[in-house]
Design a protein around this ligand. Structure first.
Ligand code: DAT
Length: 175
């Protein structure tokens, strides 16, 4: 429950390539929060159900990953980073940020990452349709979901500042 947390929990989500890891990296340098990379945790603990042949990637075993995360989420101070958001319990998060990037920039970033064909097209489409934002709106209280534009380094800096300020405000309100 949010009231029992000494620090808030934050979810950073969005299509692959929008800048979640970069933002989280900068946030841990500025705060004493812990960065929980769901993809990395899944890999380390083999939390997969099957292999998706179309996308050439394993499918997350959601219940297994949630069990692994539960204890860490209790005290707060966690920044969760994942490209999906509909399977986490709503109670875990005090705020949800959905990063957004324009098609051209995202296309370049994902191409550089080695994405091509259907995988590239589907991720670009996901971003154009605002799929993750919609998922966030459907999964969390509307007034706790915020879109952040992440097209440039300047916008990245602004986003870091905004989140650091939000954390400070949360602490003030808690006192
Ligand atoms: P994600 O974790 O969402 O998959 P990332 O942080 O790995 O994304 O970023 C993908 C690439 O894009 C990486 O090379 C850094 C770059 N990038 C991310 N956010 C950016 C921004 N706001 N402006 C410019 N480049 C950005």
């Amino acid at each position: 429950m949010a009231e029992s947390r000494s620090l808030p929990n934050i979810l950073i989500t969005g299509t692959p390539g929008v800048g979640k890891s970069t933002l989280c990296q900068q946030l841990v340098e500025r705060t004493n929060f812990q960065w929980l990379e769901v993809g990395k945790l899944a890999k380390e603990n083999n939390c997969y159900e099957e292999f998706d042949e179309v996308y050439r990637c394993p499918v997350l075993h959601e219940d297994k990953i949630l069990d692994l995360m539960e204890d860490q989420m209790t005290d707060g101070g966690i920044i969760v980073d994942y490209h999906g958001c509909d399977f986490f319990p709503e109670r875990w998060f005090d705020i949800v940020f959905v990063l957004r990037t324009n098609n051209t920039a995202l296309f370049d970033r994902l191409s550089k990452r080695g994405y091509s064909g259907k995988k590239l097209e589907d991720n670009i489409e996901c971003e154009i349709f605002g799929t993750i934002h919609e998922e966030a709106i459907d999964s969390y209280k509307k007034d706790s979901v915020f879109e952040l534009s992440s097209n440039s380094a300047d916008e990245m800096d602004e986003n870091v500042e905004q989140i650091v300020q939000w954390i400070e405000q949360w602490k003030q309100n808690k006192m």
